[in-house]
Every structure is written in C-alpha cells, then in structure tokens.
Design a binder for this molecule. Structure first.
Ligand code: NAD
Length: 290
C-alpha cells in the first residue's frame, strides 16, 4: 500500500509555481493576484480562505481579501465582484462557498468573469471541461488529477466509482476520469444517495473516489484488494485532545481500508492540500493567459 501524499505533491506544484513567479518578477512582468471574497463567519470557510491567502504569499503571488458580514445583501457582493472583474490588477476571483441563504450562489458564480474564474464553477468553465477544452477545472477534481499524474497511476481502462454527484466534486471528477486523457480513460460509475447496491458497485471498482461528506462511510468490505481509494471528505468532528477542539475526518474508514489498497489518500494530508495547489495553478494560468 502506498500513500498518495498531498503534502509532497502540493509542495512540488507550489515549488514550480514559486520558480515561475520568480521568473516573472525578474522579467518585470505581472505577478499572479488572487482576490478572495468571504461572506459571513463560518469557521471552516474562514480557515480555507486564510490558508489560500497564506499559500499565495508563500509562493510570491499577490492576494487581496474582501470580507463581508453575514447580513450583507446580494447587491453589495455583486458590486464587489463586478469591481474585481474590471480590476486589471486581479487575475483570479474566489468566492468562498457556501454563501448565506439570502444570497444566490448561482447568481454570484455566473457574474464572475470566466477569464478570472479560478475556482472553475462558472458554466463557461464547466462547459469547457466537459468538452475537454482548455479552461479552468475546479480545484478539487483538478487536484485529484494532478495527484494521479504525479504518481503515474495508470487509469486507462480502469473502472472508477465516484460516490457523490455535487457540482464541485463528484460530477466534475466523473467527467475528468472518463475523458480520453491521461489520467482519464476510465469507465466511470457515478453513485449518489439514491444508488442501489452501492457496496456491490464499489466492489467492482479499481478506483473509488469518495466525496459524500459522511465520516468513515467507505468500509473495508466495500473495497476490493489493490483498489485505489481517493478520500475527498472533510468533516469536522469534536475532539477535545486537539487545540482547535475538532479533528478532520474523511469519508473512508482509513485504518481498515488502507491495508487492502494499492494506493490511498489520507485525511488530512491528501486531497485538501491538492485543492489549494490546483487553485494556485489556475491563478497562475489566469495571470499569464493573453
Ligand atoms: P454535497 O453535500 O454537495 O454532495 C454530497 C453527495 O453525496 C450528493 O451528491 C449525495 O447524493 C451523495 N450522497 C450522500 N449520501 C450518500 C449515500 N449514503 N450514498 C451515496 N451517495 C451519497 O458535498 P460536496 O460539496 O461534494 O462535498 C463532499 C465532501 O467533500 C464533504 O465532506 C466536503 O467537505 C468535502 N470536500 C472536500 C474538498 C477538499 O478539498 N478535500 C473540497 C470540496 C468538498
């Protein structure tokens, strides 16, 4: 069993981006600039945004952070995004989800200039991804693909089972794994809350991507020998032994599943770190694209 180490792969991605950014500075060219928008004070969202900004700083990107309280109206957030759309200094716009209920996520995503859509949620980005055209692929599925690529995992002809069909993880990773690319070229089964015989389907899988948000949902009896398991889940569970008061848990019963796997991602230290690396890669691309 080999761990697919998000720390190692994300460091490699960030090292490359740092070097490229250094070269941009040497050539007096523009440095990538990510603008992050956060509405409300959800603890997990605050942690994610802070980490994204810290990572920008580490590799020499510029960043700016716009923070609104939970009661801010939709028009104010839309105005800020339009301002960022028109700001030539800004290359990438990130609106941290979820948004408070009174603000339409669909409206907000649709208003982002597709050329600055580094989260890859805009319908233009999604359409390009589905057609296999160059464009921004949303960070978590992109990060998973970068990880498979780094470890040179042969995915062609493999049966991949994806659990979860959200627009940000399950659906896009199912598309990417099915594309005629490397990694890709899998036969993909997309499962969700209404799927019947999930255990039997998982037992046929060479690759399982668990992205449903239920702690330790994927158990050893659902996984065949030598399967590759990618755990996307991030759930905060109360833990008094931690300084923060919580521990991060994945969707996979790691302890019992890992011994059966050829490769497996840990949580934390797996896909989460790759998500940030992929976002930074998209921001660099946005900056250097004509
Ligand atoms: P979501 O709630 O939008 O979607 C969950 C999906 O799981 C749904 O499609 C649902 O049909 C499916 N599902 C629920 N119960 C099921 C069951 N019993 N059997 C089969 N399918 C079931 O979630 P999401 O936004 O896709 O996130 C999923 C998990 O991934 C969460 O834990 C989230 O925190 C995490 N996440 C992690 C990253 C990262 O960077 N690692 C990024 C995004 C999301």
């Amino acid at each position: 069993m080999q761990i697919l180490d998000g720390k190692i792969v994300s460091q490699a991605v960030k090292h490359e981006l740092k070097e490229k950014t250094r070269r941009l500075i040497e050539q007096n060219k523009k440095v990538p600039h990510l603008a992050a928008v956060l509405v409300g004070n959800d603890g997990a969202s605050e942690t994610y945004v802070a980490s994204k900004i810290k990572n920008c700083e580490e590799i020499g990107f510029k960043s700016s952070f716009y923070r609104f309280d939970a009661a801010t109206d939709e028009a104010t957030v839309i105005n800020k995004i339009q301002e960022l759309n028109n700001d030539k200094a800004v290359d990438g716009i990130l609106v941290q989800l979820p948004l408070p209920k009174h603000i339409s996520e669909e409206k907000i995503i649709n208003i982002i200039n597709p050329a600055k859509d580094v989260d890859g949620f805009h319908p233009v980005s999604v359409g390009k991804m589905v057609q296999g055209l160059p464009g921004f692929v949303s960070a978590t599925p992109y990060g998973i693909m970068l990880m498979l690529e780094h470890y040179k995992i042969d995915t062609a002809g493999k049966h991949a089972v994806v659990i979860g069909r959200s627009n940000i993880v399950g659906r896009p990773i199912s598309v990417l794994l099915s594309q005629n690319t490397n990694p890709g070229n899998c036969t993909v089964t997309l499962c969700h809350s209404r799927t019947q015989n999930l255990k039997e389907i998982c037992l046929q899988a060479d690759i399982i991507v668990a992205a449903l948000g239920k702690v330790a949902f994927l158990t050893a009896d659902m996984v065949k020998e030598n399967a590759i398991v990618i755990d996307v889940g991030i759930t905060r569970v109360a833990d008094t032994t931690k300084k923060s008061g919580f521990a991060i848990k994945g969707d996979v019963d790691f302890e019992n599943v890992a011994p059966k796997c050829s490769y497996i991602t840990p949580v934390p230290g797996g896909v989460g770190l790759m998500t940030i690396a992929a976002l930074l890669k998209n921001t660099y691309t946005a900056c250097v694209s004509p």
